[in-house]
Design a protein around this ligand. Sequence first.
Ligand SMILES: NC(=O)c1ccc[n+]([C@@H]2O[C@H](COP(=O)([O-])OP(=O)(O)OC[C@H]3O[C@@H](n4cnc5c(N)ncnc54)[C@H](O)[C@@H]3O)[C@@H](O)[C@H]2O)c1
Length: 251
Amino acid sequence: MSTDFQGFTVVISGAGSGIGLAVSKKLKAQGATVFGLDLNAGELESSGAGTWVQCDIGSDESVTQAFATISSKVSKIDVLINNAGIGAQGGVEAATTEEWNKVLNINVIGTSRVSAAALPLLRKSTDAAIVNTCSVVATVGLPKRAIYSASKGAILSLTLAMAADLLPEKIRVNCVNPGTAETPWIGRLLSQASDPAKERAALEARQPMGRLVSADEVANAIIYLAHPGQKSTTGTVLAVDGGLHSLNLPK
Ligand SMILES: NC(=O)c1ccc[n+]([C@@H]2O[C@H](COP(=O)([O-])OP(=O)(O)OC[C@H]3O[C@@H](n4cnc5c(N)ncnc54)[C@H](O)[C@@H]3O)[C@@H](O)[C@H]2O)c1
């Protein structure tokens, strides 16, 4: 087992479940000290992957409080993974102003708010990196995902803008774009469908590889981008989508 993240402090939002939990476990196993910002502890502490810091990334006050807690325990942050996010279904006619505000506040402003709060401690690291969890919906149109897609498109652009702003300080910023991934998120989506088995088959068929992406595959891509060996990698968008956004194969 590699110890490449020995001595690293990593902060991961949405670390209690799914992709964030998978990253937390892998980084902990490679030597990192992990702080997970999440509404709920989920499995973070019970799995031994990290310390839960209760936080709503949609709230300035909550994020300020969370980083006060973290800075009382560590003197630097090496890696920030902005992974927490929420979904929304439907086209623009179904989209209410309230839902727009909620999703943009958590997904987009939350990414900015947490990054800004982390920067003073990231500046103390010689290996600082930020990785944002974006989505395939930022680069390909999928039906009935208007608000969610717009929020992820904004995260992609924000990733590039932050990479430009922070390059002089050698803080790298990249994002991953997962395709439909096997996490509790998809379990919730399927439970709302009138025929969950049929819906699942449709989601699998939409992936060129005919299967969902695993949380571990996304975690591996995040860790690649966060790795101190990737000093020349900034402002990149790494797809982990089984070819969904880039391939058009014969049926
Ligand atoms: N699962 C997929 O198919 C898929 C595909 C592409 C992108 N993504 C993205 O991956 C990220 C993680 O999703 P997942 O599939 O692991 O979902 P998940 O539901 O398993 O985990 C999300 C975690 O984020 C936390 N969270 C939600 N709102 C929060 C808030 N306001 N403050 C703090 N924590 C909050 C939840 O409590 C949960 O622990 C999300 O940004 C999502 O948009 C997921």
